[in-house]
Write a protein that binds this ligand. Sequence first.
Ligand code: SF4
Length: 275
Amino acid sequence: MVGVWPWRTSRTVVGAGPAAFLREAVFRLAVFLEAGVVLVISDVESTVGRVKPLVGPGSELHHEIVNCRACPRLVEWRERVAVEKRASYRDEDYWGRPITGFGDPDARIVVLGLAPAAHGANRTGRMFTGDRSGDWLFRAMHRAGLANQPGSVSADDGLELHDAWVTSAVKCAPPDNKPTPSERDECSSFLQRELDGLERMRVMICLGTFGFDAAMRFFGIRPKPKFGHGVDVQIDGGPLVLGCYHVSQQNTFTGRLTEEMLDDVFRTAVEHADR
Ligand code: SF4
């Protein structure tokens, strides 16, 4: 336990628009019903228009992210990788665009990584999908009861997350897995809107220093606690942030991160979410 910190983030207003209108309408309906008034609503959506989710497919955020070209260096890199390809994937069509988070929009547990991998998510179009890092991550999430299957090979492989959301601080694959500070900052509004949209979040697992630092920045924590595996920071009025070594091969091949260590982190996350 590092400490209890005030949550000083300047959260964006996510309640604006049709979704908020509908929530308000439902709230008012509940008040009426509690008062014994019976109302028949034939089609609420016809009144307020189709209600879009805050995150995930169909949301405005999703649309903006996958069409973003704000960082010239990353756009050039993600698209070049998608054309040049790795030899073993030469017959595949790479996604070659930004990657949004995915999972359960009602998730209480959020996994935050660094950025898509050039031949993993940048190829398949889904975070941590199609590479060794994802094998480790989704196996652990399956053991923890957060994923319906341990494997993750393509965006249409049937993987479903329950009570969990997986995302990254930067949405485009960077050269050498190193986004610049300006690219990180450019992408931070997407992360902020995404996290704001995950209204039930209770735990955030940060994979590696980059994800951990992004979380500290998001929650406005100063001074920033030092990242470490097992470090936890309870955000005042917000989630428990857990530090976890990244599931990269540098860590898993060398034994720096073991499956038991990963299981411990997810066990802590699930227990905290259930409290
Ligand atoms: S890293 Fe983020 S801000 Fe930059 S181009 Fe990709 S999606 Fe856009």
